[in-house]
Design a protein around this ligand. Structure first.
Ligand SMILES: Cc1cc2nc3c(=O)[nH]c(=O)nc-3n(C[C@H](O)[C@H](O)[C@H](O)COP(=O)(O)O)c2cc1C
Length: 210
């Protein structure tokens, strides 16, 4: 197993994938599993994943994603969707997510449901924009785990927000009340060597308070 920082440094924004190399089903399942078990605020898993291998669909998405070549050269395109309506205070999703805990009594579960509903109402007011901002932040944790799990397997990715979100949603027939596109992650094998990493210096980033 590689050293963890070695994995982190292997990951880079891959600009072009080798179209002749496909990621195996076993590896893509492993990568998606890392996304599925990611942490999320209040444990509500505010994401859904769509995995695209269809070349025509990838081409259509590329046309509304700054024409970035990653979109069509990748083996698999993972679209991370942020939940919206499922996160509203009256949603069955929220209740179901809490009810799945067999270790809690019915009263404890009801208290938890009430607590979460109040939390959501107070913070996000059942407003689509506020809920999207919250869900999007959670999707970024899933996206990070997806990219790092891929790197662990020697597989490349690129986080993609260079897109017209609404246009991508339209292509995927997404109901905007239910979901919005958070981020896309093309997955595959690099065609070119990884460029050097440019990062701020440690002292510039980290302040210690002792
Ligand atoms: C949220 C997010 C969106 C990004 N969108 C794009 C994108 O649309 N196209 C692209 O080539 N890179 C994109 N990147 C990659 C960044 O440009 C890249 O991570 C950064 O320059 C650091 O380089 P490295 O990832 O290779 O270390 C995105 C990164 C993040 C985190």
């Amino acid at each position: 197993m590689k050293d963890y920082l070695g994995i982190i440094n292997f990951r880079h924004a891959c600009k072009i994938f080798d179209e002749n190399k496909k990621v195996s089903r076993e590896d893509i399942d492993y990568i998606l599993e890392a996304g599925r078990v990611s942490p999320s605020s209040t444990g509500l898993e505010q994401w859904d994943f769509v995995v695209i291998t269809n070349q025509e669909l990838k081409q259509k998405i590329r046309e509304v994603s700054w024409n970035q070549v990653q979109m069509t050269s990748c083996s698999h395109l993972i679209v991370v969707l942020a939940k919206i309506s499922d996160l509203k205070s009256d949603s069955q999703y929220v209740a179901n997510m809490i009810k799945r805990r067999p270790d809690k009594t019915p009263q404890e579960l009801q208290n938890r449901i009430n607590f979460y509903k109040n939390f959501i109402t107070e913070n996000f007011k059942d407003d689509d924009e506020l809920l999207y901002t919250w869900a999007h932040a959670q999707c970024m944790f899933a996206a990070t785990n997806i990219m790092n799990a891929a790197a662990f397997k020697g597989i490349d990715t690129c986080a993609i927000e260079g897109m017209d979100r609404h246009a991508v949603g339209k292509i995927l027939n997404i109901d905007t009340k239910k979901h919005r596109v958070a981020i896309m992650i093309p997955v595959g094998y690099r065609l070119n060597e990884q460029p050097p990493k440019y990062r701020r210096k440690t002292d510039d980033v980290i302040t210690w308070i002792e």
